[in-house]
Design a protein around this ligand. Structure first.
Ligand SMILES: Nc1nc2c(ncn2[C@@H]2O[C@H](COP(=O)(O)OP(=O)(O)OP(=O)(O)O)[C@@H](O)[C@H]2O)c(=O)[nH]1
Ligand SMILES: [Mg+2]
Length: 209
């Protein structure tokens, strides 16, 4: 089992020049504004306020880098990785100049970052995939894509299963690529499963398997 044993904020990059030199395999968290990226990141690290969360969509307006140290029960080694909280897309009230960050900053990051090994695409479980989500799946990125259906506590288990099946079909996702998550205190769901999948993917990608 993988566990996060340390999580530290590294920096916030508003321009390409501020993106840190590649130091460890990275996982990016992508999703519409307010989809729950910062909350999921905190839950994965079992911290309540590593990444700032909020009711105001569009709060995260930079790439935020967090250095994460993972341990694995069965192995002695420690694994360094970086979690990257990306600005949300698709929020109309964010000024045009801000949303341009998507094409000027984030797209090149996703396309060119060699040490980016996985990305988690977050979708509120109550929404159907829209053009932005479908667009991701058409990109030929080198990294492994995971999808998290967030805020799973907002609908019944039955409804959630139906939604997960339909998203899996629509996005042609394998069994290991889709996770239903909830970060509610006392009602966490899917967080550990996703962490294990990310740990395994990073381990594979770092060539040590
Ligand atoms: N009920 C419930 N609410 C959640 C969950 N995850 C996040 N939220 C709430 O959704 C809102 C947005 O969460 P954030 O984590 O800030 O979302 P974000 O994707 O980082 O938003 P931006 O930084 O604006 O792009 C907050 O009010 C959270 O408390 C969840 O699993 N369940
Ligand atoms: Mg955020």
């Amino acid at each position: 089992m993988y566990r996060v044993i340390e999580a530290t904020f590294v920096c916030s990059a508003k321009t390409a020049a501020h993106i840190p030199q590649p130091a460890a395999p990275e996982v990016a968290f992508i999703g519409r504004s307010n989809s729950g990226k910062s909350s999921l990141l905190n839950a994965l690290c079992a911290y309540r306020s590593l990444a700032r969360t909020g009711r105001t969509p569009g709060r995260t307006q930079a790439l935020n880098f967090f250095q994460i140290r993972l341990a694995h029960d069965g192995r002695q080694a420690r694994y360094e990785t970086m979690f990257v909280d990306l600005p949300g897309y698709g929020y109309a009230k964010v000024a045009k100049t801000e949303s341009r960050a998507w094409s000027d900053l984030i797209q090149p990051y996703l396309q060119q970052r060699d040490n980016l090994k996985a990305a988690v695409l977050l979708m509120d479980c109550r929404r159907a995939p829209e053009k932005e989500e479908l667009w991701f799946l058409e990109q030929n990125y080198r990294w492994k894509l995971f999808v998290a259906l967030t805020k799973s506590d907002k609908i019944s288990r039955n409804e959630l299963k139906k939604r997960a099946d339909s998203v899996r079909r629509e996005l042609s996702l394998g069994q290991d690529a889709l996770y239903c998550t909830s970060t509610l205190r006392g009602g966490k769901l899917g967080i550990d499963g996703l962490l294990q999948a990310l740990g395994a993917q990073l381990f594979r990608a770092s060539g040590k398997l």
